[in-house]
Design a protein around this ligand. Structure first.
Ligand SMILES: Nc1ncnc2c1ncn2[C@@H]1O[C@H](COP(=O)(O)OP(=O)(O)OP(=O)(O)O)[C@@H](O)[C@H]1O
Ligand SMILES: [Mg+2]
Length: 454
């Protein structure tokens, strides 16, 4: 993978930012360490130099060079500290006392100064750093008090060298971890992207691989896969629907056409012609009825505009449906009972009524004629409508399938039907934010619709 591609990743950028922040923190730490060690020593040394200058200039004020020269000689004599540097010079720069031969060029005015001196060290001559304080005495005399700071200098440069190495190490660590992280992240993205490309290329059954790490990538992959599953299911539904429309809607139309065609060609009397027309009309009604159901489902799935929603009393809707179906129940010898309490929900009254009607229609259609029993219940907490019958029921593994369009479990068993009733119930329930569940009534089916309350 190219460095440019790694750099474009969020991980590499984050690693870069962390590296910079880490280096900044490190620099602050090193500065603090420097100030707390070398800095303290330097300040102490400067304070000592100042005290020494003050003491010597006091002697000069008391007794001039006559007092000062012996004091300096005492400090530079054989008993003195090896790292002390003193120089007393005349206004013309000639040495009066001290262990420096000439006044250093660097110390032009008053104040602190650092310069190098050559020192005899055993056989050889070595260069040493001296930190000193220059001071102008009265009448043009000049005083220089210093200390050899070679060791401190050495310590300081070693400290700087080590600091640089540490900083370099931090940058290398940051950059390598950034590149490493970037590669790892990119590899997983590349796998997902490749799966996406294959899916786009037409392999609709392909899915984005999900590892068992359960991290953000897995969540993303799982949600993309969920989306793909849904799309696939919808597409399959569409395919079944179009197949079924061309089959189920065409069939009655073909029959009507054949009926009319036959009537036209044969020399029928008025009664026979009317009967043929009536049969054709019934077939055409079936076709339009099917199309009407499909439109209802499409409308419920698309979501009707909210302004047609009102507060609906489910008990009322159920009472109306029961009244509508009572004659059919009587005719088939089925006892139809209703147990309701006033229950309000918000929704589209017509669609809700249609859903209840479809459930009731199924219960009465599949309950055994003669000794069937169908019960409708409405509860307020939770808001629900339950329709139960004592028919053959639906096996649990078919519960979700029967709500698909045109799915009929066993076309022969129930006679008439298009397999659209439960599809509409499901669409309406979903539209209202509710759920549709089936259960076993042993024997029979319990269809339960739960809806949100107001
Ligand atoms: N109460 C029930 N008892 C047993 N099976 C049922 C019941 N309700 C539905 N089913 C099964 O589920 C299938 C789908 O029902 P759905 O209401 O969608 O279609 P349908 O009743 O066959 O036709 P229609 O479109 O006229 O309602 C039915 O064909 C039937 O096999
Ligand atoms: Mg039905």
């Amino acid at each position: 993978m190219k460095v440019g591609a790694v750099w474009r990743t969020t991980a590499a950028r984050l690693a870069a930012v962390y590296t910079v922040l880490f280096c900044l923190g490190l620099a602050l730490g090193l500065i603090a360490l420097y100030a707390g060690t070398i800095g303290v020593i330097e300040r102490q040394r400067d304070a000592t130099l100042e005290a020494e200058v003050r003491a010597l200039s006091e002697r000069f004020r008391e007794g001039g060079t006559a007092r000062l020269i012996p004091a300096i000689e005492a400090r530079t004599g054989p008993q003195a500290r090896g790292d002390a540097v003193y120089l007393l010079a005349t206004p013309r720069g000639r040495r009066l006392a001290g262990n420096l031969t000439t006044w250093p060029r660097e110390a032009a005015g008053e104040g602190p100064v650092t310069f190098g001196v050559s020192k005899r060290d055993g056989e050889g001559v070595v260069q040493r750093q001296v930190r000193a304080l220059a001071f102008d005495l009265p009448r043009g005399y000049r005083l220089l008090v210093g200390r050899d700071s070679g060791d401190l200098q050495e310590f300081r440069s070693r400290f700087l060298r080590v600091s640089l190495w540490i900083a370099l190490g931090a940058v290398i660590l940051g950059v390598t971890s950034g590149v490493f992280l970037g590669r790892r992240v990119l590899a997983r993205v590349a796998v997902a992207a490749e799966a996406g490309e294959r899916i786009s290329a037409g392999h609709l059954d392909r899915r984005v691989p999900v590892s068992d790490r359960g991290d953000e990538f897995d969540r993303l992959a799982a949600s993309v896969n969920g989306m793909l599953n849904r799309i696939e299911a919808l597409m399959q539904g569409m395919r079944i629907a179009t197949d079924s429309i061309s089959h189920d809607v065409r069939r009655p139309l073909t029959r009507a056409r054949a009926e009319l065609d036959l009537a036209l060609r044969r020399d029928l009397d008025t009664g026979e012609t009317q009967a043929a027309i009536a049969r054709s009309l019934a077939e055409i009604d079936r076709a339009t009825g099917l199309l009407g159901h499909l439109l209802d489902i499409a409308r419920a799935e698309a979501g009707v505009p909210d302004d047609s929603w009102t507060e609906v009393d489910l008990a009322q809707i159920v009472a109306d449906a029961v009244e509508l179906y009572q004659p059919i129940a009587d005719e088939r010898g089925i006892t139809l009972s209703a147990d309701t309490v006033p229950t309000k929900t918000r929704g589209e009254p017509q669609l809700l009524a249609q859903a209840v009607t479809n459930l009731l229609d199924n219960a009465l259609k599949y309950a055994p004629a003669g000794d069937g029993a169908v019960a409708v219940r409405v509860t307020a907490d939770p808001v629900s409508i339950t329709v139960s019958d004592n028919g053959p029921g639906i096996p649990p593994d078919q519960h979700s399938a029967v709500t698909e369009r045109f799915v009929r479990m066993d076309a022969a068993r129930g006679g008439e039907g298009s397999g659209l009733g439960l599809s509409l119930v499901r669409a309406v329930v979903r539209l209202h934010g509710g759920t549709l569940k089936f259960a076993d009534n042993a024997p029979g089916l319990i269809a339960k619709v739960t809806l949100p309350g107001v």
